[in-house]
Design a binder for this molecule. Sequence first.
Ligand SMILES: C[S@@+](CC[C@H](N)C(=O)[O-])C[C@H]1O[C@@H](n2cnc3c(N)ncnc32)[C@H](O)[C@@H]1O
Length: 191
Amino acid sequence: MPHLHIKEFKEIDYPQTVDGVDFHYSVQNLNHKNEMLIAVKVDGDDFFLLAKQDNDKNLLKSDKLTRPPSIYNVHKALLAYAKAAKLEVIVSNVPLHEKNVHLEEVSALKKIDYFVDNFPKNKELRIEVGFGSGRHLLHQAAANPEILFIGIEIHRPSIEQVLKQITIRELENVMVLDYDARLFYGVSSIK
Ligand SMILES: C[S@@+](CC[C@H](N)C(=O)[O-])C[C@H]1O[C@@H](n2cnc3c(N)ncnc32)[C@H](O)[C@@H]1O
């Protein structure tokens, strides 16, 4: 998970917007007094950053309890907070100059509506529900270029990693759907 190892955590004033990131408020975790949640919004994504102060280490990272949003937005929020609070960063795994990739522009990523009008009917098709790391999906797609693979996943960081791999490996027979597969029980318009 993206994180900044910082020398010392510092609060900022709320609300404020820095580099397109809205910082709404911060709250202390009553059960873990060394933890602070910071409510942020980036490109329509609402999530929390977590500031954790331990004896030997101070970290600013994304909160794993809220469903992780786009990893790019987490990066943006971490860097914007560090800038606003003038944090001294000791170690970071957050790229400083990340190309702002809009995942919706990656052609392998489809929205559920896409399949209403474009459900592939004249191709052999395999669907993997919950592809996780994508190891199996990517391996099968590379080994069977004549078959179309649709991977369904709810965990956004996994989706982003697999989309990157699809681009790197130049796979043209994989579609990725960011969707809770349980909702298929209620979808009747896809035949
Ligand atoms: C144990 S992993 C399986 C990974 C992969 N299938 C494999 O064999 O290596 C299960 C995956 O299913 C995903 N998942 C769980 N419930 C889901 C749902 N309702 N819709 C889509 N994906 C789901 C999880 O996010 C997780 O990545």
